[in-house]
Design a protein around this ligand. Sequence first.
Ligand SMILES: [Zn+2]
Length: 290
Amino acid sequence: MTFSCNLYLYHQLDLLPEGLRFSYDDPHLWQNSYPQCGGAYQSPIPLSTHKAIPIGLPPLHFGHYEQPFDELLSVRNNGHTVEFKVPATVLGERPYVTGGLLGDFYEAMAVHFHWGSPQRKGSEHVLNGRRYDLEMHIVHRNTRYQSDEEARNQTDGLAVLAVLFKVVRTSYPYYQPGLNEIFGSLLHLGNFNSSYTPPAFLTLGSLLGNLDRGNFYAYMGSLTTPPCSPSVLWHVFAEVLPISHLELPKFWQLRDRRGRPLLHTFRPLQSLEARQVFRRRAPAETYVWS
Ligand SMILES: [Zn+2]
């Protein structure tokens, strides 16, 4: 066992602990080395339109989400997922969110994905009994806290925005400019630790396409990878974005640090226990979508 070594590494690492040697082969064993993975307030969970509590949450406010980044992105295969760190925008600040369940401002830190395989769908959250094909996480840190480690130790330390994707057969990829740049990068990221810089100045908002940002589920949960810190205010959008059947397979050709296919990168559903899940529905859209 090499757990003590991994725990040592963990203290040197940033938000998404890339040096950790966890595996999606045995997520039920994560708690042996990361006790919080066996604790309370774990994610992901099943979400249900009818069981969620409809309340008048304020809308999310997206600060600087439409401002171009002031540098090109570096998208990387870290052996667990594909990830990029969110740079500052041309205004010199990172994009941020507030509103929803968030009482503070949360700066965007990193974006990564979870997926399945040709045989299994791979979103982490399950919505109304359906698992979707892909899930994108935009991880934000509460600006009250000075470091990722400090934020992980607070119940309001992090905010993750989650977007679910459903594969659709099309003769050409959807026009979702930011997402298309990221999906296109995947062909360059087959090997562990490889990185690629899409030659375009993107905005964080472009990763949300035309998503209806007013309708979402919100609850208190955790990171879905070790150390599983129960420090995340989750906001999962109700609308599911399309991904072309030409794009989704690009995730399946990635490889992990041992050269094996990087598949099924989602954590099993966790127990809801006594938690409440809230649902915000924008009043103006009530009749359009029901
Ligand atoms: Zn994630």
